[in-house]
Structure formats: structure tokens, C-alpha cells
Design a protein around this ligand. Structure first.
Ligand code: AMP
Length: 249
């Protein structure tokens, strides 16, 4: 079985986002970029399935600017076999991303698609769900455990107040949560080997898909500044402050 894994290039999670002066978007000029953290879990899971003999080939897919190649190379250094880069300077909404995935699913015929539960830049949490709908496939979202048996995937899903265990028919779309696994670091020899692994480039416009935006961003704002915390000397003082200053108890 082949697995297709989504890897998005996003602002590094350790970097503080700065908003452009005109409030139109987050300023990414010279910012450190990384693979979306949930996508690292997705790549790691695909590698573990391959190591367990349940998967023959791992193909990673990134849709984005030239530099998204670095993210794909990272996935190859972790252990993916092959990468596909759909090149575009446009920022795509989840529906458009799902359509690109749908196109490549038709071409690659994977038995499983793994994507992150959400991209930490747009926080949409929509791509996997939209892709499953477009394909008419089963889906497991917020997945923190994945077990494949024949035509079935059994998963644990993190839901409010507990865990949900479900079984879905393959082929399926699985969106993954951080607790699924601990992603491996790429070793230097594997980084070198990754440079020679196949990376196919496709120009988005040549796919002829309708990727026009459906939403208009009205404004992007910095979060409100938080006032500094205070250190208290005793539990009594803490309770007093909570009761009389914050008035929360
Ligand atoms: P979202 O619906 O935007 O929160 O994204 C959910 C997941 O879809 C991400 O964690 C990625 O696995 C995948 N995804 C979204 N956008 C892209 C992209 N441009 N390239 C590759 N994968 C993507």
C-alpha cells in the first residue's frame, strides 16, 4: 500500500508572529519556517507503518512556494521515499488544498492519506475533512492511535472529555494529533541521502483546478498584550488576590 502524506511549510512554532503594518497578513519576511508540527507526526506514522511492513511507499506532498521544497526534503530525510511539490505563490484555502490532494490521489492511488489535524498558521482544521468528502472516503480526525488490519483502520480519536475508538474502511483519510507519536529527527547521513530522493515539481496552474479563494480576510490583528504576572508569598495571599482583585472565586 502507498501512503500520501501532507506536509505544509509554516512559520516555525517557536517564532513570535508579527503582523504586517497594513494589517493584511502575518509578516513572513525573513521569518524562520518549519514543517507544520502535526505533519511531522503524520510523516513519522507513515514511516512506522512502513517499518512494520504495512506500507510499501511513502509519498509526501506540499503545495506552496519554491521554498516548500525544504519541507519536502525534511520529510525525505525523515524517511519518506518520494516527494511531490505543487508550486504556487498563492496562499490556498483548505478547499483548494483538498482539491489538489484529490487530483494527486487520482494519480497516485494511495490506500491512505495522512494529514495534520490542523496547520498552525491558518488553524483551519478543514483540509482532511474536505478531502474525505471530495473523495467519498471514510475519515478519522484528531487521531492519536492508528492500527491497520486488512481493509480496516482502527483509530483512537481525542474528543472533548475522552477518547473515541472507531474503525474505518480503507482507503481513508486520517488527520493526526500530536500524541500519535514522537517524530524522529533526521540524521545527517539521511539528510544527505534525501538530496538524491525523487522530488517531482508540478505547477499549480497546469492542473486546471478552481482554487479561487472563497473568503476575504478583513483584518489580521496582534493578540491583546497580557499584563505581567505577580509572585505571591503564600496560599492565603493568592486566595485573597483571586477573591478581592481578580474576583474569580
Ligand atoms: P488546515 O486544514 O489548513 O488546518 O490543514 C490541515 C492539514 O492539511 C495540514 O496539517 C497538512 O497536513 C495539510 N495541508 C494543508 N495545507 C497544505 C499545503 N499547502 N501543503 C501540504 N499539506 C497541506
Amino acid at each position: 500500500m502507498k501512503v500520501l502524506v501532507g506536509v505544509k511549510r509554516v512559520l516555525d512554532p517557536q517564532v513570535k508572529a508579527r503582523v504586517k503594518a497594513d494589517g493584511s497578513a502575518v509578516d513572513l519576511t525573513n521569518a524562520k519556517m518549519s514543517m507544520n508540527p502535526f505533519d511531522e507526526n503524520a510523516v513519522e506514522e507513515a514511516i512506522r507503518l512502513k517499518e512494520a511492513g504495512q506500507v510499501e511507499e511513502i509519498v509526501t506532498l506540499s503545495i506552496g512556494p519554491e521554498k516548500a521544497q525544504e519541507t519536502l526534503r525534511q520529510s525525505l530525510a525523515m524517511g519518506a521515499d518520494r516527494a511531490i511539490h505543487v508550486v504556487t505563490e498563492q496562499v490556498l484555502e483548505p478547499l483548494a488544498v483538498a482539491k489538489v490532494f484529490q487530483h494527486l490521489v487520482a494519480q497516485e492511488q494511495p490506500g491512505l492519506v495522512l494529514v495534520g489535524k490542523q496547520a498552525i498558521d491558518d488553524d483551519c482544521n478543514q483540509t482532511g475533512q474536505m478531502l474525505a468528502a471530495l473523495l467519498g472516503w471514510a475519515q478519522s480526525t484528531f487521531t492519536s492511535k492508528l492500527k491497520l488490519e486488512g481493509e480496516t483502520a482502527t483509530t483512537l480519536r481525542e474528543i472533548d472529555g475522552g477518547l473515541d475508538r472507531i474503525s474505518v474502511r480503507m482507503p481513508a483519510v486520517v488527520t493526526v494529533d500530536l500524541r500519535l507519536n514522537e517524530p524522529r529527527y533526521a540524521t545527517l547521513p539521511n539528510v544527505m541521502k534525501a538530496k538524491k530522493k525523487p522530488l517531482q515539481k508540478i505547477v499549480l496552474d497546469e492542473l486546471g483546478l478552481d482554487v479561487a479563494p472563497r473568503l476575504v480576510t478583513l483584518e489580521v490583528m496582534e493578540p491583546e498584550a497580557r499584563s505581567a504576572g505577580v509572585l505571591v508569598d503564600s496560599v492565603e495571599q493568592l486566595v485573597d488576590k483571586l477573591r478581592n482583585e481578580a474576583r474569580v472565586i
